[in-house]
Design a binder for this molecule. Structure first.
Ligand code: DGY
Length: 322
């Protein structure tokens, strides 16, 4: 008996190992041009394929999902964040959605620490001075930054990434405080101080690092009001989602010297970022590369394929969201 293999569309260029496994196990449509898929293309493919393996760059809005054909059965995301998917609309169409938790926590936590240190120790200014040949003096008052050792790190969202960030920051003897929807068990908390409200956390966070998903409830979480609660000279780190931060309020807080610096891997508009940030030397910026390591890209691709494999052998995918 010949079993027809499911047809899988992979929207972006993934790791070689991921693509090789996908081609081995599915009738796979690859996109060598590696551009974000338009909504027209996503709708068109929903009539032609059984499964899509997209990234956060493909937007499955209600408007798009409402125009889907009947063939598509599963969206196995190559991301932990699923704010690009209207889960309610997808559930209504009976389309299964999965993500890739756990496997990117270490890589993303590394970026959070890099952003924290880069922002605190003036990495942009220092690099620019040396790189452009403008480093022509040195004195004890030159390029003085903020030390993070022993400071209070506030973590918003103590999920998988937040917990790894806490562990790494403990290596700098930082005191860990956090706010989460629910308090963690003591063995996961590892001595971190729980704050029932965001406001309570903000008041003590010398460094604040965001690790919660972007949802209608968390969009604009860091606003003029919430930023004003931080201690003077605080540092904001965001490698979660740009939507969490009101970027105009952030600029005001930096200009008004409420914040000493910010480290950002995520922006309201991506790709591109915010051009108004460019002349702020105290904003250390990266282009959404939290999970961009060779190891993690393979792991994310394999996790997405594991979810697909489970679905097509009629098991429950481990990371099923709807
Ligand atoms: C994620 O997994 O959500 C990262 O932002 C990369 O897409």
């Amino acid at each position: 008996m010949i079993h027809k293999r499911p047809v899988l569309w992979i929207t972006r260029k993934l790791s070689d190992k991921t693509e090789a496994r996908a081609v081995r196990d599915y009738d796979t449509i690859l996109e060598p041009e590696d551009m974000p898929a338009s909504k027209e293309r996503i709708i068109e493919m929903s009539f032609k394929v059984d499964a899509i393996l997209p990234c956060h760059s493909e937007i499955f809005s209600r408007e798009v999902v409402d125009q889907f054909g009947d063939r598509l059965k599963i969206i196995a995301n190559h991301s932990v964040g699923v704010d690009h998917c209207d889960l309610e609309a997808l559930a209504k169409r009976g389309i299964v959605v999965t993500n890739t938790p756990d496997v990117l926590s270490d890589a993303t936590a590394e970026i959070a620490i890099l952003l924290m240190l880069g922002a605190a120790r003036r990495a942009v200014e220092g690099d620019t001075l040396v790189r452009t040949g403008q480093w022509n003096s040195w004195s004890p008052s030159f390029m003085v930054g903020h030390q993070v050792t022993g400071k209070r790190l506030g973590i918003v969202g103590m999920g998988r990434v937040g917990q790894v960030v806490a562990k790494r920051a403990a290596g700098f003897d930082m005191q860990i405080h956090y706010h989460n929807r629910r308090r963690l068990d003591p063995e996961l908390e590892r001595g971190a101080v729980y704050h029932e409200t965001l406001d309570s956390l903000l008041k003590v966070a010398d460094v604040l690092s965001l690790h919660c998903p972007a949802t209608p409830q968390t969009n604009g979480l860091m606003s003029q009001r919430t930023l004003s609660l931080l201690p003077d000279n605080a540092i904001l780190v965001n490698c979660a989602r740009g939507a969490l931060v009101d970027e105009s309020a952030l600029l005001e807080a930096l200009d008004g010297a409420k914040l000493a610096a910010a480290g950002l891997d995520c922006f309201e508009i991506e790709p591109g970022g915010n051009r108004k940030f460019s002349n702020h030397q105290n904003i250390f910026m990266l282009p959404h590369i939290g999970s961009a390591t060779f190891e993690t890209r393979d792991a994310m691709g394999f996790r997405a394929l594991d979810n697909l494999d489970a679905f097509f052998r009629q098991d429950e995918p481990g990371d099923r969201l709807v």
